[in-house]
Design a protein around this ligand. Structure first.
Ligand code: ITT
Length: 215
């Protein structure tokens, strides 16, 4: 049976990735099944670089299985693209690498990140609050990358946090065409338009091609 390991230590991303891979015959595993697997250092300067780095790294520690890694984050126009690849550790720039899956490294929770973002954008008018979520998904086997796909979702940053669903920056991000934040949308509604939803629909196609070729 075709199998893939979702190579993320972020339980919130893991939950979304699992849901998005539903409806296939692919058996989905997580890093929980590989307790010896070390942590990776995210040293890349782009989402692509980090996604590839993570997929290659984890694929060497998952018993020869295919690893799927997601590197994602928020780029804000008024902040010249920040926090970008540093989204997980925006409020704790002292941390050299993202510490915790849940964005809860020492002194750096999702809420800390959102508060910092809203503070920096306090004086920024609606017309200049444009932002974009990006998700790059990479597949690798035995240290070799076999596919990279990207999904983006444009929108704007709200003036305050709204909603309790989702994770990370969801309470402050309003996707284009909506009046609600991601945190006010049900998981399936977010998945329809989200960066991760788009990337994973492409990744699903890449996986099916890959397994067909592998026989
Ligand atoms: P792994 O590297 O182990 O996968 P991580 O949390 O460090 O976990 P990233 O480096 O890709 O993962 O950082 C992603 C951060 O971007 C995440 O912690 C959130 O702060 C934010 N983010 C990504 N996708 C998001 C989404 O759909 N909704 C809200 N915030 C999101």
């Amino acid at each position: 049976m075709p199998q893939v390991v979702l190579a993320t230590k972020n339980q919130d991303k893991l939950r979304e990735l699992r849901r998005l891979l539903g409806g296939t015959k692919i058996k989905v595993l997580s890093l929980a099944g590989f307790p010896e697997c070390p942590d990776v250092k995210e040293t890349g300067k782009t989402f692509e670089a980090n996604a590839k780095l993570k997929a290659r790294f984890y694929s060497k520690h998952v018993g020869g299985l295919l690893a799927l890694a997601d590197d994602s984050g928020l780029t804000v126009n008024a902040l010249n693209g920040r926090p970008g690849v540093y989204s997980a550790r925006f409020a704790c720039p002292g941390a050299r690498f993202a510490q915790r899956s849940t964005g809860t490294g020492p002194g750096c929770t999702y809420q800390d990140n959102n508060k910092k973002l809203l503070r920096l954008l306090k004086e920024v008018p609606l017309s200049k609050r444009g932002a974009k979520f990006v998700c790059v998904v990479a597949l690798a086997e035995g240290g070799r990358c076999v596919s990279v796909v990207r999904g983006e979702c444009r929108g704007r940053i709200a003036f305050s946090e709204k909603g309790r669903l989702g994770f990370g920056y969801d309470p402050v991000f309003i996707p284009k065409g909506s009046i609600r934040t991601f945190a006010e949308m049900a998981p399936h509604a977010k998945a329809r338009v989200s960066h991760r939803g788009k990337a994973m629909r492409a990744a699903k196609r890449a996986l099916l091609v890959y397994f067909r070729r592998a026989g």
